[in-house]
Design a protein around this ligand. Structure first.
Ligand code: CTP
Ligand code: MG
Length: 230
């Protein structure tokens, strides 16, 4: 089957505050985006990667990711949009227009640059086994409270039933397209698909798939992933 990975990488990285788009921030010499693209291609399941880049940085992102293409897959770069969901939609439209035979689509944040290839493979395999939507998750280790506008606790959900959601999220291509054409809003792609009434399967994620959001996260990544590995 034709597996295409969309990589939203068009954010500004304001919370990281590094003075450049987060996707281009290096961790021990390798930009986050490059690590994310390599992780996808190294899974052996992904043939095409479509990166949504900051519109002003399409050329630099193309240059930085081009060497990864020789690792067994093609890398395409498109201009992203104002919101993450716009970037995903633009990359999806490109994939469905330009890459014939696209049947499975992954959506993978550049900010989750250290996701093990085994997680990518597990998500693809579950979609190819017939699940229309698949997300990697971790158990919740903290107790979680719901609060009202004044900060007063209104409930304590059963932690055993909660999961932290990571990427890549995998979808049958037609399901993701329908979700993005629905006009609905959600904080992740699986959230859109859920609202269509499509079941979303969870598979085990990995701690290494942490999202690099703040300087703390970057410090953790620099300590955990000192080597390029190549
Ligand atoms: N993203 C995107 N297009 C946008 C906004 C975000 O493609 N308009 C991407 C980011 O590049 C990132 C992923 O979506 O890979 C998750 O977003 P987030 O972690 O919030 O990254 P930023 O938006 O860059 O960070 P911040 O919100 O701190 O500015
Ligand atoms: Mg953001």
């Amino acid at each position: 089957m034709g597996v295409v990975a969309l990589v939203p990488a068009a954010g500004r990285g304001e919370r990281l505050g590094y003075g450049m788009p987060k996707a281009l921030v290096p961790v021990n010499g390798v930009p986050l985006l490059v690590r994310a693209v390599r992780g996808l291609l190294d899974s052996g399941r992904v043939r095409h990667v479509v990166v949504a880049a900051p519109p002003a940085d399409v050329d630099v992102v193309s240059t930085v990711t081009a060497p990864s293409a020789s690792a067994g897959g093609a890398v395409h770069v498109v201009a992203g949009g104002a919101e993450r969901s716009d970037s995903v939609r633009l990359a999806l439209e490109y994939a469905l227009r330009e890459i014939p035979g696209t049947t499975v689509v992954l959506v993978h944040d550049a900010a989750r640059a250290f996701t093990p290839s085994a997680v990518v493979a597990a998500v693809v395999d579950a979609v190819e086994a017939g699940h229309p939507a698949v997300v990697p998750v971790l158990p919740v280790t903290d107790t979680v409270k719901e609060v009202d506008d004044r900060g007063v606790v209104t409930s304590t959900p059963d932690r055993a039933r909660l999961r932290i959601v990571q990427t890549p999220q995998g979808f049958a291509a037609d399901v993701l397209l329908r979700a993005h054409e629905s006009g609905l809003h959600a904080t992740d792609d699986a959230g859109l698909v859920e609202r269509l009434g499509v079941p979303v399967l969870t598979v085990p994620g990995h701690q290494d798939a942490l999202k690099i959001t703040t300087p703390f996260d970057l410090a953790v990544a620099r300590a955990l992933f000192p080597e390029d590995g190549r």
